[in-house]
Ligand binder design. Structure first.
Ligand code: TYD
Length: 220
């Protein structure tokens, strides 16, 4: 795995948390942030789509405007449009300062949701992901894996308004899950974590992975 600091590059480490809706990413981003603060490490947290004014406006269209007809191709381009501004405005400046960047979702979401679940061509998606991110990818993807049924149950229990993708049903989420598992198997910088464990156990597992895979940054 690529520990940027160990390779002697100036670029900071780029971490992405991934997983289905309800997999606990947001909880883990919070726990990891507290841990990074306790280690005195400089970092920035963001989420996709969003984190820029343009990205939040796109988020409003693609996720919250439930009355709009949005074909899969349009949905893809909206997520990618949000990604390009996200990379330029938010990610690159942090990495250029040599600091840690932690994001709730990145390019792997596009493969799982628009590729495996919506059925868009994966080769094309790799190409477009690359275009949108200017060739930038996360150094490490932490993928929280839960069964589709648990995703549905957790979403049903939360008070949050369901967005367009969360309303897509269990079959859709099952495809998303299989997508994440398949992509993770093919990538050398992805680690799948059992998301059915308690938040504390998952957090410890994440720390263990970070200190193992990127010791120069996280092992201190
Ligand atoms: P999510 O990260 O779950 O945010 P919230 O906490 O507000 O629910 O929502 C993002 C949704 O966007 C999620 O359903 C997955 C979807 N998505 C894609 O389909 N493709 C993408 O490329 C990205 C980044 C997200």
């Amino acid at each position: 795995m690529n520990d940027s600091s160990e390779l002697g590059e100036n670029r900071g480490p780029f971490l992405a948390l991934e997983g289905m809706d309800g997999s606990g990413k947001t909880t883990q981003v919070g726990l990891l942030s507290k841990w990074l603060i306790s280690k005195n490490l400089k970092f920035t947290v963001a989420r996709e789509p969003g984190s820029t004014a343009t990205g939040e406006a796109i988020r409003g269209i693609v996720q919250e405007s439930l009355d709009l007809n949005i074909p899969s191709e349009t949905e893809l381009l909206l997520y990618l449009a949000a990604r390009s501004v996200f990379v330029q405005e938010v990610v690159v400046p942090v990495l250029d300062r040599g600091e840690i960047f932690l994001t709730d979702r990145f390019s792997m979401s596009t493969l799982a949701y628009q590729g495996y679940a919506r059925g868009l061509d994966l080769t094309e998606l790799h190409r477009l992901n690359n275009f949108a991110s200017g060739g930038l990818n996360a150094d490490l993807y932490l993928v929280l894996d839960i069964p589709a049924e648990l995703s549905r149950e957790r979403l049903a229990l939360s008070n949050k308004e369901k967005d367009r993708l969360e309303l897509s049903g269990t079959d859709f989420m099952q495809k998303v899950r299989l997508g994440y598992l398949d992509v993770s198997r093919k990538m050398k910088n992805a680690v799948v974590i059992d998301g059915t464990e308690t938040p504390e156990i998952i957090h410890l597992k994440i720390i263990e992975i970070l200190t193992r895979e990127m010791p120069a940054t996280f092992g201190v």
